[in-house]
Write a protein that binds this ligand. Structure first.
Ligand code: G1P
Length: 268
C-alpha cells in the first residue's frame, strides 16, 4: 500500500487482535537493545514498518457480518474520497507491488478497479466473479460482478482477488446493501451496483503470483516461496526442500511397487 503512495491506513480488526496494533507501534526496548548490540541491519528492517503518528487508525468490527460490513465500518474515516481495500490473507508476490500496478492503471480509468486473475472451474465458486463487457488484455471492463457463483452461473473465470480501488459511492451503497451469499454483507454486491448504474468498474490482470493465505495450503506455499527468495535463507532452505522432495519421490515410487534404481536408469 505504501508503494502505491498511500499515506493513511485503517485496519478493520476485532477482539483478540491487539497484537496488530503493537506491531506497527514503536518498540523502544527492542530498538535500544538492537542499538546496543550494533544490529543496525535489523534496526533498518524495523524502520521500514514505521508509520508516522496519526497515520494508522484501528476500527473494530464487532460482529463478523461480512467483508462489505467490515469496509463500511470505516466509513467515517474514509469520508468522501477514493480508497483502496486490501485483504491481507491475499498475498501477492510481484516485482512491482500489485496495488501500485493498479493505482497506475487507475490514473487512466478512475472509477472502481478490482485485481483479477483467471481461476480453474473448480475454484470459481470461492470468488467474486466478473461479468466481462470488454476485454482489453490487462484491463477488463465489467458489466457486473457476482459473488461466489456456482460453476453453472459463473459469468466468466475471471476472479476478484483482495485488492480494490473504490469510489466513495461504493461506501455509501454498502450501508444499504442487504445480506447476500452466506447471509453476509458482500463488498461485491455494492461494487456490482456501480457496475450496473455507473458503468465504471474495471478488472485489472495484475502481474505477479497470488497466494491464498486464508487456506492452510496457500499459507504454506507462500511461506516456502518467500523463504526461498530470502538471500540469507534461500540456499539452505532449497537444500532442505530438495532432500524432502527426493524422500517423498522415493516413498511414492516404493508405494507404486517400483524401485528407485529402475527409474533412475531411465533418467526420470
Ligand atoms: C472475498 C470476497 C471475494 C473475493 C475474495 C478474494 O471472499 O468476498 O469476492 O473474490 O475475497 O480472496 P472471501 O475469501 O473472504 O470468502
Amino acid at each position: 500500500a505504501r508503494a502505491a503512495g498511500i499515506k493513511e491506513f485503517i485496519f478493520v480488526t476485532s477482539r483478540g487482535k491487539s497484537a496488530l496494533e503493537d506491531y506497527f507501534d514503536n518498540a523502544p526496548e527492542l530498538e535500544k537493545n538492537l542499538r546496543q548490540k550494533g544490529k543496525t541491519d535489523v534496526l533498518e528492517i524495523l524502520r521500514a514498518t514505521d508509520v508516522e503518528s496519526g497515520g494508522i487508525a484501528y476500527i473494530r468490527q464487532k460482529k463478523a457480518l461480512g467483508l462489505g460490513h467490515a469496509v463500511a465500518c470505516a466509513h467515517r474515516l474514509i469520508a468522501n474520497e477514493p480508497f483502496a481495500v486490501l485483504l491481507p490473507d491475499d498475498v501477492v508476490a510481484a516485482d512491482k507491488p500489485c496495488l501500485q500496478q493498479m493505482v497506475e492503471a487507475w490514473e487512466e480509468t478512475r472509477g472502481n478497479m478490482v485485481g483479477v486473475m483467471q481461476v480453474d472451474d473448480d475454484q470459481i465458486s470461492s470468488y467474486g466473479v466478473l461479468d466481462v463487457k470488454d476485454d482489453m488484455n490487462r484491463l477488463v471492463s465489467a458489466r457486473g460482478l457476482v459473488e461466489k457463483p456456482s460453476l453453472a452461473d459463473a459469468p466468466s473465470r475471471l476472479a476478484v482477488i483482495g485488492r480494490y480501488i473504490l469510489t466513495p459511492r461504493v461506501l455509501r451503497d454498502l450501508r444499504n446493501t442487504q445480506p447476500g451469499v452466506g447471509g453476509e454483507i458482500q463488498l461485491t454486491d455494492a461494487i456490482n451496483q456501480s457496475a450496473i448504474e455507473e458503468d465504471n468498474v474495471y478488472g485489472y490482470r495484475f502481474e505477479g503470483k497470488r497466494y491464498d493465505c486464508g487456506s492452510k495450503a496457500g499459507f504454506l506455499e507462500a511461506t516456502v516461496d518467500f523463504a526461498l527468495k530470502r538471500p540469507e535463507l534461500g540456499d539452505q532452505f532449497a537444500r532442505f526442500i530438495r532432500l524432502t522432495a527426493g524422500r517423498l519421490g522415493a516413498d511414492e515410487l516404493k508405494s507404486a511397487g517400483l524401485k528407485t534404481a529402475t527409474l533412475k536408469s531411465t533418467g526420470s
